[in-house]
Design a protein. Structure first.
Length: 185
């Protein structure tokens, strides 16, 4: 899978991960600073072999993707489709590209792809309740609805209780939102 578009004059590419990116994913996933928001303040402590196994599972309904900006890898994301519903995750791993709107632009492209090409009915994600930045993006920038919150539902690597909140958007709601957004521009 590959999506290409321009954002802020930069060339953005979202492409299926391959073994050539396995070492980069290993670095990102084992970096506690990058992974802390996902409940892994010590990193996920995985191996190159396990990363390559994850990559090998890419198919039509499940993708591990690398995000590039002007050919520089800046992050990763994934999606999985089951029963006409897609779940996704995203991390902008390069700090220079965080808080600059890239995540919103990238997710808008992913949502359009999933709704229009994969014909899913709904998209869902979850995030740590402490991840205020993601919640703001999902609610205010992507028009997703908060549907559930699970308080103290897990414990992270250093023994802290964690809570998560779930967001979703339907195809109809997204297409209406996209039309309104595009008409403003």
């Amino acid at each position: 899978m590959e999506l290409n578009f321009l954002y802020k004059g930069k060339s953005i590419k979202i492409a299926s991960a391959t073994d050539k990116e396995a070492s980069l994913l290993l670095y990102w996933w084992n970096d506690g600073e990058i992974m802390a928001h996902a409940g892994f303040p010590l990193g996920v402590n995985t191996s190159l072999e396990k990363v390559k196994q994850n990559i090998s599972k890419n198919n039509e309904t499940r993708q591990l993707l690398i995000i590039y900006c002007d050919n520089l890898p800046i992050g990763e994301m994934n999606f999985e489709i089951k029963n006409n519903m897609a779940q996704f995750g995203i991390k902008i791993c390069n700090k220079d590209f965080q808080n600059n709107g890239y995540g919103v632009a990238i997710l808008n492209e992913l949502f359009s792809y999933l709704f229009e090409t994969k014909n899913v009915d709904k998209i869902e994600c979850d995030t740590n309740l402490k991840n205020i930045r993601s919640q703001y993006v999902y609610e205010k920038k992507l028009n997703m609805k908060r549907v559930k919150t699970f308080y103290n539902s897990c414990v992270n690597q250093i023994g802290e209780k964690c809570s998560a909140t779930v967001f979703e958007i339907t195809k109809n709601d997204y297409m209406n939102y996209k039309t309104k957004r595009d008409n403003k521009n």
